[in-house]
Design a protein around this ligand. Structure first.
Ligand SMILES: [Zn+2]
Length: 141
């Protein structure tokens, strides 16, 4: 997925290009590797893993209120295929140099970056009961 990048400056002084979705990107999300190794793109529409987690939440959570979408997004960040085992995906820009969170900034457009789609190959290998256990653990946090 090609995504526009914008010049971003971290408080550590490092300046880099950060991909940023437009305000019109309904159902689309960007995640960033917590160790600064780049971004992943996720589209919620027709996403099987999204639907699957949504169904589990419906049966496990009695209070299906406003936070459901956030719970799903956080859970997807946790169960996604990782670049390395210690990595998590967060929905905030991460400085590649010092790994601090950076604020999005869409003032200085820089170019286009190819961002890989978030994948769930490892999660899909689990059995249904394992998947349910994993997801239930995250939604109880
Ligand atoms: Zn930094």
């Amino acid at each position: 997925m090609e995504i526009a990048t914008f010049e971003t400056k971290c408080h550590c002084g490092y300046t880099f290009d950060l991909p940023e979705l437009s305000d019109m990107s309904y159902g689309e999300f960007l995640y960033f590797d917590s160790s600064g190794n780049g971004a992943r793109y996720l589209c919620a529409i027709n996403n099987q893993t999204w639907e699957y987690i949504s169904t589990i939440i419906d049966s496990e959570l009695k209070d299906t209120s406003l936070t459901k979408g956030i719970i799903i997004r956080n859970t997807l960040g946790e169960i996604a295929d990782k670049i390395n085992i210690n990595t998590t995906y967060v929905q905030k820009g991460v400085c590649p140099k010092c790994n601090s969170f950076v604020n999005s900034n869409t003032e200085i457009k820089k170019g286009i970056m190819e961002v890989e789609e978030m994948s769930f190959k490892q999660f899909q290998k689990y059995t249904d009961s394992e998947k349910r256990r994993i997801v239930t653990e995250f939604i109880k946090l």
